[in-house]
Each structure stands twice: as structure tokens, then as C-alpha cells.
Write a protein that binds this ligand. Structure first.
Ligand code: ADP
Ligand code: MG
Length: 238
């Protein structure tokens, strides 16, 4: 399960409204991409869904439950950031285990999940290393592993690949879309990169200044962009 609904969500910082009233539904199992220029409110929206920022008004629902007042750790979501946010002094194994340890999971179950995550992310040989001994791509895999073991109802990615070089980025895109095909878990992926949006999404949400310009599949946006902004941003010929 992982249906996410935003009802009239707004967000202001002081007197500046960065998200005017916004309504959006992400269906269970969708791969949704929030795309738009830098500063348009993608991260803010993701953080409101995660509970890392409070909505100024409106509601966030997960599987029909109103989670607006519920703390981030109780929302059943896992977030992966651009900067990995790994603990440098802990081994890969301990980094991946961290959220499970915090949740009080048994050692046996932790080990089972670590093994499965390491297998699917090609990290088996790196479990005893520290993050500093890994490449950027491997570090991002550890961050994804730490998200997977929590068995979240949805994954939230905030520009997870923008610190990687171009070649690695292409490979990691494939890994994330394969992971989605395998797990069928809802994913919301934030990027300012049109190519990433067009190649990864089932549903693209185009944002400009906190406003949804259009929601649709990559093909719909390409063939029927609603306005010049969407056409220009998506690279549609219209
Ligand atoms: P994006 O992720 O699309 O680049 P952000 O969501 O980070 O955009 O930012 C949207 C707007 O909100 C920007 O104008 C940014 O400066 C502002 N903003 C974001 N976080 C804060 C904050 N904690 N305090 C004040 N303004 C913020
Ligand atoms: Mg951002």
C-alpha cells in the first residue's frame, strides 16, 4: 500500500507562500516524478509529504489515513537524499541496520534484511567498509539499502543522483527503475532533469513556482503539453 493524497496543501516560509493550495494524488505503486526548475518547491513538497516540514494548511493522506499531524518516522515512508546522509564512522552494515535498530527489530530479522538488500544492490562485498571507502554510486546504494530494509509503503527520492557523474547516473537510473518494477512500491522522485523525468516516470508532475502546471504520463506531456512552459521544459516540439 502507498497511495498518497495531498488536499489543498499550502506551505509558507514566513510571509512567503512557496506552495499555493495544491491537490495531487499518487496512486499505489506509481513511479511519480516531480520535475521543475530549481527553487520551484519540489523538495519542499516532498518534505511536507515526509513530514520533515509541516504543511501550513491542508492535509496529507497516506492510504486514506490523515497523517498531517503524524511524525515522519510513523508515516511508513523512506527518504533518500542527494547527499546520502550516511554515518561516516559506521560500517555499511551498521548504516543499513540503523533504522531497524532504532525500531527495535530483532538481530536475526535485521541480518536477514541486510543480506537481502545487499544482494539486490550489489553491496555484499562492501558491508564491512566505511562510507569513505566507497564510490559515490556505492554510497547512494547504501542510502537506498537503508531505505529498503524499512519496507516502506513509499520511497521518496530527492535528486538522489545529482552528485554522481553522468555515466554513473544513467546506470543508477536503471537500477532504481528496476527496483520499482521488482518491488512495485510507490516511488516519488524529485529531479530538475527532464531526461530523468521522461525516462523514469509513470506519472510526471510539472511544477513551476509551487504550482502544478500539468500531471500526466511522459507521452501525454510530450504530445499534449498544456502550455508553453511544459512544452519548453519537457522538450516537446509543440
Ligand atoms: P526545489 O527543490 O524545487 O529547488 P525548494 O523546495 O528547495 O525548491 O524551495 C522552494 C522555495 O522555498 C525556494 O524559494 C526556497 O528558497 C524556499 N525555501 C525552501 N526551504 C526554505 C526554508 N527552510 N526557509 C525559507 N525558505 C525556504
Ligand atoms: Mg530541491
Amino acid at each position: 500500500m502507498g497511495r498518497i493524497v495531498l488536499e489543498n496543501v499550502t506551505k509558507s516560509f514566513g510571509s512567503t507562500e512557496v506552495i499555493p493550495p495544491l491537490n495531487l494524488t499518487i496512486e499505489d505503486g506509481e513511479f511519480a516524478v516531480f520535475v521543475g526548475p530549481s527553487g520551484c518547491g519540489k523538495s519542499t513538497l516532498l518534505r511536507v509529504i515526509a513530514g520533515l516540514e509541516d504543511a501550513t494548511s491542508g492535509k496529507v493522506l497516506i492510504d486514506d489515513e490523515d497523517v498531517t499531524e503524524i511524525s515522519p518516522s510513523k508515516r511508513g515512508l523512506a527518504m533518500v537524499f542527494q547527499t546520502y546522509a550516511l554515518y561516516p564512522h559506521m560500517s555499511v552494515r551498521k548504516n543499513i541496520a540503523f533504522p531497524m535498530r532504532m525500531a527495535g527489530m530483532s538481530e536475526e530479522e535485521q541480518e536477514k534484511r541486510i543480506t537481502a538488500a545487499a544482494n539486490s544492490l550489489n553491496l555484499t562485498d562492501y558491508l564491512d567498509r566505511k562510507p569513505g571507502q566507497l564510490s559515490g554510486g556505492q554510497r547512494q546504494r547504501v542510502a537506498i539499502g537503508r531505505a529498503i530494509v524499512r519496507d516502506p509503503s513509499a520511497f521518496l527520492f530527492d535528486e538522489p543522483l545529482s552528485n554522481l557523474d553522468a555515466a554513473l547516473r544513467v546506470g543508477m537510473r536503471l537500477e532504481i527503475t528496476e527496483m520499482h518494477e521488482r518491488m512495485k512500491t510507490t516511488m516519488i522522485y524529485v529531479t530538475h532533469d527532464q531526461v530523468e523525468a521522461m525516462t523514469m516516470a509513470n506519472k510526471i508532475v510539472v511544477l513551476q513556482a509551487g504550482v502544478i502546471e500539468q500531471v500526466g504520463s511522459p507521452l501525454e506531456l510530450y504530445h499534449r503539453p498544456r502550455n508553453k512552459f511544459v512544452a519548453g521544459f519537457i522538450g516537446s516540439p509543440k
